[in-house]
Design a protein around this ligand. Structure first.
Ligand code: PRP
Length: 207
C-alpha cells in the first residue's frame, strides 16, 4: 500500500487525475465529501488530503510515503525529503517585486514582506544584502503599496495581481512547479513500489 499526501484544492485534484490515469484510482476521492483519508485496496493506494504547505511535514515524518508539493513549499520548509519528479503542473515563479518606480535605499536594510521568510533570507544573504523580513500570510502585494515594506518575495503566476496594483517583477528567484517527493526511509523500504509510481507518472506528465 502506498500512502500519498495530496495538497487540498484545485492543484491537488489535477494531480489526483494524473495519478488516476497512472493506475492509482480511488473512486471516492473526488466525491465532495469531507473525509480526509481514502483507501483503495485494488489500486494499493491510500490518499490523505492535507493543507498544501503541510505535505512536506507528512512526508518528512514518514506518515506519507510520497506526496506532492510545490517547489516553493519544499524550499521554504527545508524538509529532508527526496524530490523525485517534476510533475510539470502548477507552474509559476518566485519573484522579488515592488511598486512601479521603486528605488532601493542601499543605506539601510531592505524591508521584505513575504510568506516565504527562509527563501527571502537565503536569496538576499547570497547577495550580501541585509534585509528585514516582514512575515505575512496573504495579500502580500498590499505591503509595499501601503509602505509596510519596500519589496515583496512572492509567487507570480499570471502577473495579473501585480499589474492591477501597479507593481512589477524586479528579479526572478526560481521557477516553481509541483514535485513528487518521498520520505527517505520509506523510499528504501518501498523502493520498488515508489519507482513503479514514478515511472507510471512520467508517462502521464504533460510535456
Ligand atoms: C498568490 C500570490 C499572489 C498571486 C499571484 O496569492 O501570493 O498574490 O497568487 O497570482 P497572479 O500572478 O496570477 O496574479 P493567492 O491567490 O494564493 O492568495 P493570497 O494573497 O492569500 O496568498
Amino acid at each position: 500500500m502506498l500512502n500519498v499526501a495530496l495538497p487540498k484544492g484545485r492543484l491537488g485534484e489535477k494531480i489526483y487525475k494524473m495519478l488516476e490515469r497512472a493506475g492509482y484510482s480511488c473512486k471516492e476521492l473526488l466525491d465532495g465529501s469531507r473525509k480526509l483519508v481514502f483507501t483503495d485496496e485494488n489500486s494499493g493506494v491510500s490518499y490523505f488530503w492535507v493543507k498544501p504547505s503541510d505535505v512536506t511535514v507528512y512526508v518528512e515524518h514518514g506518515v506519507a510515503d510520497i506526496g506532492v508539493a510545490g517547489k516553493d513549499t519544499i524550499d521554504e520548509s527545508g524538509a529532508d525529503v527526496y524530490e523525485l519528479l517534476d510533475l510539470n503542473v502548477g507552474r509559476c515563479r518566485m519573484c522579488v517585486a515592488s511598486v512601479n518606480g521603486f528605488r532601493e535605499d542601499l543605506s539601510r536594510p531592505l524591508r521584505v514582506a513575504t510568506k516565504f521568510p527562509h527563501i527571502a533570507e537565503r536569496y538576499f544573504s547570497a547577495r550580501n544584502r541585509d534585509i528585514e523580513v516582514i512575515k505575512l500570510y496573504g495579500s502580500i502585494e498590499l505591503a509595499p503599496i501601503l509602505g509596510l515594506s519596500d519589496v515583496i518575495v512572492d509567487i507570480v503566476e499570471t502577473g495579473t495581481t501585480l499589474k492591477e496594483n501597479d507593481m512589477s517583477v524586479l528579479e526572478e528567484i526560481f521557477p516553481i512547479s509541483a514535485r513528487l517527493i518521498a520520505n527517505k526511509a520509506r523510499y528504501k523500504f518501498k523502493g520498488e513500489e515508489i519507482a513503479a509510481c514514478v515511472s507510471r507518472l512520467k508517462k502521464e506528465i504533460a510535456q
